[in-house]
Design a binder for this molecule. Structure first.
Ligand code: NAD
Length: 435
């Protein structure tokens, strides 16, 4: 099939590469000429495991090309995916300007039947809006489809190639058939293709992310209660997870959720529920709890040191989660800003997000070349992102580098007894402070 994917970010680039991998002819379009130039040279502007190789392979086979020319891409394709950003607007709702702009420009370029597919996360009613815009701009036949994306950054290729489900909101059978054909190779292992109306397809992406965010905030509150009453959240989590109605995923306490999706999607869902005169009370709390949780480590530092003014603090992990360089809404940002505001000196290290971090903190933070140099002379280490390389460190080397052997583990990656036996003062989330 001939496919255009508009927007070559985390979603568009992965979708484009994966469609090409299954033999389709894909043109990826982005309005950012610098990004497109890089991609045309075979350089990937983001970090996503396996992506560079897949892009290289499909470029070599001439199944994957890159351009800034939207009209040309649209004319050459039958299916056009819209995978541009839908950031939080000023009032908290999803800002649809990029989506609607792409719809308008695509409509103007149409030269025959096209299926316009919304892959961006968009509120209910967006498919209808896109349909109206396109209808005004072209006399060619077209269909609008909602096809929300559920991939996780860091595991995006696997998620896309082997999805749990494919959701297709399509109200016309011709488009639904084309989409089923396109996705058939991705669902050979038995994952369902779920056909539904556009409104439901649009809503299910928000409902899924809101549910996951709810589990995170819920477990963070459970962890905080554990600390208050002297229970151990690890034990509690294991027992809760063993209940088959609940299951083990997304039950790990931490420093709050971040990234480009959960925070913005929770906000957007609150906003469109409110616009529909529904007061989504749980979700309001999910958001409030998350904001507080991002600063939980700062509170713990204050409790331990009294004042953190003048303290040197090492930070391990800046990306909002491991295996990505993405720092959008990362808990590390308010945390580090809080540390700086209270007069601490921050030395930070992340395996992939250093460049992004420099753009955020500038010269306010010292950037370290590796995890150990971030510990030079520090009064404490705070672990914010659970990269694998932090899991089995050389404890003796750490102690030698640190002025005080104190660790605040925001992700519970260490065994409290073992790490205390190594001579560290150790604080974590929802687990007893004393061994
Ligand atoms: P991104 O910011 O990484 O990429 C968006 C790209 O679109 C950018 O490269 C930008 O230059 C380009 N763009 C914007 N306007 C354009 C236009 N008019 N023409 C051509 N290109 C244009 O965003 P992302 O993380 O890939 O997310 C895209 C959408 O997918 C969002 O709605 C997001 O909520 C959703 N989503 C994201 C993820 C994720 O993990 N990142 C997962 C599922 C769904």
């Amino acid at each position: 099939m001939k496919i255009a994917v508009v927007g070559s970010g985390y979603v568009g680039l992965v979708a484009g590469a994966c469609f090409a991998e299954n033999g389709n002819e894909v043109v990826c379009i982005d309005k950012d000429p610098a990004k497109v130039k890089k991609l045309q040279r075979g350089q990937i502007p983001i970090y996503e495991p396996g992506l560079e190789e897949m892009v290289r392979r499909n470029r070599a086979e001439k199944r994957l090309t890159f351009t800034t020319n939207l009209a040309r891409g649209v004319r050459a394709s039958e299916i056009i995916f819209i995978a541009v950003g839908t950031p939080t607007g000023e009032d908290g709702s999803a800002d649809l300007k990029h989506v609607l702009e792409v719809a308008r420009e695509s409509a103007r370029a149409m030269n025959g039947y096209k299926v316009l597919v919304n892959k961006s996360t968009v509120p209910v009613g967006t498919a209808a809006k896109v349909r109206d815009i396109v209808r005004r701009e072209t006399t060619h036949p077209f269909s609008v489809v909602s096809n929300p994306e559920f991939l996780k950054q860091g595991a995006a290729l696997d998620d896309f190639m082997k999805p749990d489900r494919v959701v297709i909101g399509a109200e016309d059978p011709r488009a639904a058939d084309l989409m089923k054909e396109l996705y058939a190779p991705f669902t050979r292992t038995g994952a369902p293709i779920m056909l539904m109306d556009c409104a439901s397809a649009e809503l299910c992406k928000y409902a899924a992310n809101a549910m996951l965010a709810t589990r995170i905030s819920f477990m963070n509150e459970v962890a905080n209660v554990c600390e208050a009453v002297g229970a151990d959240v690890d034990q509690v989590r294991r027992a809760v997870a063993a209940d088959r109605r609940i299951g083990p995923s997304f039950l790990f306490p931490g420093v709050g959720y971040g990234g480009s999706c959960f925070p913005k999607d929770v906000k957007a869902m609150l906003k469109f529920a409110h616009a529909a005169k529904y007061d989504f009370q749980i979700l309001k709390s999910v958001e409030a709890v998350n904001e507080k949780q991002k600063l939980r480590l700062l509170e713990k530092l204050r409790e331990h040191f009294g004042s953190i003014k003048g303290k040197r603090i090492g930070v391990w992990g800046l990306a909002f989660k491991p295996r990505t360089d993405d720092m959008r809404e990362a808990p590390s940002v308010p945390l580090i800003n809080g540390l700086i505001a209270e007069g601490a000196n921050v030395q930070a290290y992340d395996p992939e997000a250093m460049k992004v971090a420099k753009g955020i903190f500038g010269s306010k933070v010292t950037y370290s070349e590796n995890s150990y140099s971030a510990l030079t002379g520090v009064d404490a280490l705070i672990l914010v992102t659970e990269w694998n390389e932090f899991r089995e460190p050389d404890y003796a080397r750490m102690r030698k580098m640190m002025r005080q052997p104190v660790i605040f583990d925001g992700r519970n990656i260490y065994n409290p007894e073992q790490i205390r036996a190594q001579g560290f003062t150790y604080f974590s989330m929802g687990r007893p402070s004393q061994s």
